[in-house]
Design a protein. Structure first.
Length: 215
């Protein structure tokens, strides 16, 4: 294992999958320098996909090899999940309210807290792509947002990439609720008007059922 003190590089590789309309693969790794990062990624991608080295190339159309700099943005969710966690698509969570902590590395405590709050164990965060590569799982993103299972992922005729886009462009319902509650309470204090009590009275008067996400 390479020491964590080495620079972190992001390398995007394009193989034959680009002819099938599949997005290039992006890898995040520690390496001594950029040429080493390029060589390691090309060799790994070719071996893991049973390809000849001549079939893969660094995909500069989607961003060249670059080093994450101090103070810059860190790895994306896909980076963290696909390359920095200790979990494979074939892994299965045991029965119970929590997923295996060794999956999550330094994020284990945060995942555990969210499992407690959502009352649902985290699903396996990765899946196999059409050509056998590892991709971010929409079911994990759905859980991460606090959505009911299947809220997006079980909608008919929505492909994986679109599922990820829809989930990523949404909001965490619990955060939205907290934000609106804070705004209402702040406005109530400023105007001296019991907004929360008035809303509760209106709901009771009209027998309105609370709107939720439950299917």
């Amino acid at each position: 294992m390479l020491p964590d003190c080495m620079p972190v590089f992001t390398v995007t590789v394009a193989g034959p999958e680009r002819h099938d309309g599949e997005a290039p693969y992006t890898y995040v790794l520690h390496a001594a320098d950029e040429p080493t990062a390029r060589a390691l990624v090309l060799a790994y991608h070719a071996a893991s996909h049973e390809l000849r080295m001549t079939e893969v190339r660094i995909d500069t159309d989607h961003g060249t090899v670059w080093q994450r700099k101090a103070g810059g943005h860190g790895p994306t969710l896909t980076d963290e999940v696909c390359f920095l966690l200790h979990v494979a698509p074939e892994d299965q969570a045991p029965d119970g309210p929590h997923s295996p902590p060794h999956w999550w590395g330094k994020f284990a405590a945060a995942v555990y807290r969210w499992e407690v709050l959502t009352r649902k164990a985290a699903p396996v965060p990765v899946m196999r792509g059409p050509r056998g590569g590892i991709k971010l799982s929409p079911r994990f993103c759905e859980w991460l947002m606090g959505l009911p299972q299947g809220w997006v992922t079980e909608v008919p005729d929505v492909p994986v990439n679109e599922q990820l886009a829809r989930i990523g462009n949404g909001v965490v319902p619990a955060q939205a609720y907290a934000a609106f509650k804070l705004l209402l309470e702040s406005d109530e204090r400023r105007q001296g008007w019991p907004i929360a009590e008035q809303l509760a009275a209106d709901r009771a008067k009209h027998a309105l059922a609370p709107v939720g996400l439950a299917a």
